[in-house]
Design a protein around this ligand. Sequence first.
Ligand SMILES: [Zn+2]
Length: 493
Amino acid sequence: MKYILYARKSTEDDDYQILSIEAQIFELKEFAAKEKLEIVASFEEAKTAKEPGRIKFSEMLSLIERGRADGILSWNPDRLARNSVDGGKIIHMIDRGLIKALKFPTFWFEPTPQGLFMLQIAFGQSKYYVDSLRENVTRGMRQKVRNGVWPSKAPLGYLNNPKTRGIDINQEKASKLKKIFELYATGNYNLRELAEWCKRVNLKSNLERDIAISQIHKILQNVFYFGLMKYKGEIHEATHEPLISKKLFDKVQEIMREKGKPQKVKKHDFAFLGLMKCPCSAAITAEKKIKPSGREYVYYRCTKKKGPCQEKHFLRQEELYAQIKSFLQKVSLSSHDTEKILTELNKEEIQAKEQTKTSVQNLKEKLTETEKELEKLLDVYLDENITAEEYASRKEKLIKQKIGLQEEIRDFEQKGLSWLEPAREFVLSLNQATKLLESENKAEMTTFLKNIGSNCILQNRQLIFSPKIQHKLAAERSEAASESLRFSKMWAL
Ligand SMILES: [Zn+2]
């Protein structure tokens, strides 16, 4: 068997019990002589084994892979591997028979299942050691937090001071950051508008990227800015200098809570959002503009999110509203007329039911006859007047007839009146248009239009509306001033 000698000690090894590389080599050579082990190569490494990627370690494994050696001699398993990747590599090579022996003066190993198990534990113990080291680092961070010092990367507007290991104000960005809070506290800006404002004043993230809406949201909620800090879900007092007052922070939280409520103001302003698309297939968005006079206007325009778009126009909400009202007028039906038509529909329903009743009655009689015949047939068969084959064939015929009749009855009962419900709904929806015009409820108008229409296109400042077929007809007839509309017959079209 040919052994490779592997010694390792890194400067990070704070355990004084670990021998120096020289001492390890000396001990290992002595051990090899005693055990009569043939050493074909020797590697020493001054790197940590906590992370994979050691050069000498890889060289050693590649020698073994090429069959130049089949054993490793090292001081202790933890010299070989302290991470699961390298530990796994060794174990895998043992499994494949490439490594036939591992020798440690401090640890007995044999490539048996028990031996492998022990080795895994030894590597695992090293991993445990690394893990507990990490735990110590976290403990150090917690200590820092207890001392009121932010232990991690400084938030936007602050800097980590590498000398004092404390947190300093970033003079260049701090005033703009403070402004974000002040602007939001006025209640006139939403997160998106603030993100745009950041772009305008060239305020970038710590990584010099544009500030996203979600980041604005986080900033506005970060207690760090008025002198506290939240670490692992817990609030701590902090020693860094605040950028804003707690009063300003509280005001911001209050505004945020209000804005988070079911939109009170916004819904009213952008009532027709989500209703229309641009001919380019991108969605239509709305925005608020404030004129120098102080008057606010809401405009609708293409979001231009689906590539090039020809639409250059903005449509003011007032104009859009006028167009929607004009459409609603075309499809509206007064409550009085609605009542009349519903009464008419009820009459038709009663009439239709009467007709159906007669037809169903006839079918049911036929069904009873068929059932009687089936019974009779069974009697005849039981009296042994017909053969089993004859019985089977006649029975099949009658059963098929029975099922056919049952089906016909069901169809009659359902199909006969199936047009009535949609008809009623439609008439009521026409009446709803009237009610909406009276109420001037824009949000409900949007819902109504979405319900009765499919494609709403905003093109060249015109709302082009494709309502469902019945509403289209209603609108067209109303345009032709055809007052004597026979609604009940429309569904036949
Ligand atoms: Zn467009």
